[in-house]
Design a protein around this ligand. Sequence first.
Ligand SMILES: C[S@@+](CC[C@H](N)C(=O)[O-])C[C@H]1O[C@@H](n2cnc3c(N)ncnc32)[C@H](O)[C@@H]1O
Length: 271
Amino acid sequence: MTDLLFPEDTLARRIAAYENTAKANEGLHALFTAQTDRIAYLKRHRDWVEKNRWGMGDRAFHYMWMLILADAAARFPSLDLLEIGVFKGQTISLWALITRELGLNASITAISPFEGNLKPQPRLLHSLRKKLDPTYREANAVGNLHAIDDYLARNREIFTAFDLDFGGVKAIKGFSNAPEITAQVSNETFALVYIDGDHTLEVARSDIATYAPLVRAGGYLIMDDAACFLPGETFWKGFESVSKACEDIPALGFTNVINIGHNRIFQKNGS
Ligand SMILES: C[S@@+](CC[C@H](N)C(=O)[O-])C[C@H]1O[C@@H](n2cnc3c(N)ncnc32)[C@H](O)[C@@H]1O
């Protein structure tokens, strides 16, 4: 089992074997890191992201996403995917790449401001603002500061690098907690929702409350940066704010079926 590689390896098998212990979480994270490198197109994509500094997250997530997308595609008539918080497009381009490689049809929706919020500034000013401005200090501490840039252009670049079509993505420019943005998807349902936007407790909670109900029964809600309270030490655990917000998820009808590093996978009960 440990060394099984996709397609013999499946999400269902991993979930059935999963134990939420330090040893299992550390082992799974290390194994999925190695598995990413055994699948040429996953390795090539992650290498490109790291070389060009195109995103964060862990190498292990590439293999995780392949198992998740293959599983969801087999169980749902349509593979409708939603990402909250896009940055330069690492994850949505990976979804597009995996679905192309596996011959799947997916429809990708992505909600993000696509513009950043931090003007270039001297290091000294950054230190001063951290000292004097509690809002700035919190934004910095939870990874909410992103250099001002044209992130739609950055998304196009990574899609082009892998000969993928960013035009096929429904990119919604704005904040996940703004009513006019929420309204654009509130009548839709998704096979999976990935939340990786604003990491404050308040907005992480609001994202969960707003977008978890859009997940179809049997579908997945995946929370990034959310493993602070899980056992395991050999991987980055995320933010306490997002980890705390995840405590709301079971009451919304989800079960935490498996965790890979700081990515926590919740499955909606039913079906
Ligand atoms: C950590 S980055 C996302 C990384 C991305 N998921 C990836 O895999 O490369 C967080 C992103 O969320 C965006 N963001 C911040 N607040 C948001 C909000 N309220 N709604 C949607 N996106 C938000 C930021 O602009 C940034 O692009």
